[in-house]
Design a protein around this ligand. Structure first.
Ligand SMILES: Cc1cc2nc3c(=O)[nH]c(=O)nc-3n(C[C@H](O)[C@H](O)[C@H](O)COP(=O)(O)O)c2cc1C
Ligand code: SF4
Length: 441
């Protein structure tokens, strides 16, 4: 593959990359220093973020600078305002934010300071998935180090800018990664998403203006401030700029987290980055951006991995968490497992989601176990159409419905075969590690 400039993971391999000493030796905290000492105005910081065309890395690909500009004018609305960093990372397949938090926590802290300066926020809350103990501990240690060095807290670097950063641990609920569920949880309540409007910029944490951003989105801010919007736009494709972190898992020879430019095809990523499908097998299908993005068949692997191209192919770029399935994978079983996840994680507030996720799971389960009927396939489609698009308080219902519609569209023949035979011909226990309930049976 052609060489390309990298920046996101440059510090990750360095000794003690999580410490202030290493971060500073690599030019860390110079972006916030420049912003405070030059000084930049908040509008200038938002301007460069907007010009960079950075799209949020939390799944929806919404432009980050534009999101920051939605915060109300402080001269007209003096309420305290907040940044909430979404480090919940619970979507199956997604594992990229963890690398940044464990190996380069000061990069995220500097990003928080820049974002808070731009939006005039008095504090940032980092909501970390509870299972990520090392991420939590490294971030907390980095915040403590930064506070000690006058980089977090009151009068940062001797200026008028004050900003605190607080950590919060999640308790294992996927729904707490949804931005309003996250805010409810941060406020100490059950993580039930809130209806929108009001949007977080108008009424977020404690009814104050709030912006919720993904870890990787915030991590990009110091690079953009230091190097400029043109530098950022020189990477990627016109509407998806900069580099992104790909998390690739499943049936590949070299799964992992990689920094890549937008514009490679899914096939190039699987073959050249992850060194091909394992065991010399053929590719059957892949989720391009996590389990909530529509499954695509191998025949569509020439899709270019950027937000708009993947959307045009009928799926989503999501969190760039590519899950690869080889020719021996059973799509009915993959969907059984996927639907079980969404059924388990639905918060139950909306009937379409509460009932729909349960029905999708039951139907996929009976098909995968050879007990389905042909009419089940139309039932899956009509149930999914009742759940999405945007028919519920949050997008978890969509996250269950979208992969269902894609699986039935692209792999109807596989479901039909299971139904006709009364068993799944691809079910072969020896190729899978046993599932927990099977291991104990
Ligand atoms: C059910 C559900 C779970 C989500 N989980 C996450 C998550 O773990 N991390 C994340 O950044 N965004 C997650 N999101 C998206 C957030 O709601 C929000 O759009 C994102 O944090 C915004 O960040 P960005 O603009 O920087 O991309 C989730 C959305 C839904 C519907
Ligand atoms: S869509 Fe599902 S997860 Fe989201 S609020 Fe409604 S019931 Fe809860």
């Amino acid at each position: 593959m052609k060489d390309f400039p990298k920046y996101l993971l440059n510090r990750v391999g360095l000794p003690n990359s999580h410490t202030l000493a290493t971060y500073r030796a690599e030019g860390g905290y110079r972006a916030i220093e420049d912003v405070l000492k030059k000084p930049w105005t908040s509008e200038q910081v938002i301007g460069v973020m907007k010009d960079s065309l950075l799209r949020g890395r939390g799944g929806a690909g919404f432009p980050t600078g534009m999101k920051w500009s939605f915060m109300p004018d402080i001269t007209k609305d003096p309420r305290p305002r907040y940044l909430a960093v979404n480090a919940d990372e619970s979507e199956p397949g997604t594992c990229k934010d963890r690398v940044l938090m464990e190996r380069d926590p000061h990069g995220l802290i500097e990003g928080c300071l820049i974002a808070c300066f731009a939006m005039r926020a008095k504090a940032a809350y980092i909501y970390v998935r509870g299972e990520y103990r090392l991420s939590y501990n490294r971030l907390q240690a980095a915040i403590d180090e930064a506070r000690e060095a006058g980089l977090v807290g009151q009068h940062i670097l001797g200026t008028d800018f004050s900003c605190d950063i607080w950590m919060h641990k999640g308790a294992g609920a996927y729904i707490c990664g949804e931005e309003t569920g996250l805010m409810e949880s941060l406020e100490g309540k059950r993580g039930h998403p809130r209806p929108k409007p009001p949007f977080p910029a108008g009424s977020g944490l404690w009814k104050s203006p709030t912006t919720v951003n993904n870890v990787e989105s915030i991590f990009n801010a110091p690079f953009i401030v230091r190097n400029g919007a043109e530098w950022f736009k020189s990477m990627g494709v016109p509407k998806s700029t900069g580099n992104f972190l790909l998390g690739i898992s499943g049936h590949v020879n070299k799964p992992g987290v990689y920094e890549l430019p937008f514009g490679l095809t899914a096939r190039q990523i699987i073959d050249e980055v992850a060194l091909g499908v394992w065991k010399g097998r053929k590719l059957k299908a892949f989720f391009p951006g996590g389990s909530s993005t529509g499954l695509l068949p191998a025949s569509m692997a020439d899709v270019v991995m950027d937000h708009d191209s993947v959307k045009a192919a009928g799926s989503m770029f999501g969190t760039a968490a590519m899950i690869v399935l080889d020719e021996t994978a059973s799509i009915p079983q993959v969907m059984d497992v996927t639907a079980r996840f969404y059924d388990h994680e639905s918060c139950g507030q909306c009937s379409q989601c509460r009932e729909g996720t349960q029905w999708l799971h039951q139907i996929f389960r009976r098909i995968a176990h050879g007990k389905g009927q042909m009419s089940d396939l139309d039932l899956l489609v009509s149930l999914s159409n009742g759940m999405a698009p945007a028919k519920t308080i949050c997008a978890l219902a969509d996250a269950a419905a979208i992969p269902t519609l894609a699986a039935v569209k692209h792999f109807r023949h596989e479901f039909e075969e299971c139904i006709r035979l009364g068993r799944d011909p691809l079910r072969n226990e020896s190729k899978h590690a046993p599932r927990l309930h099977e291991a104990h049976a």
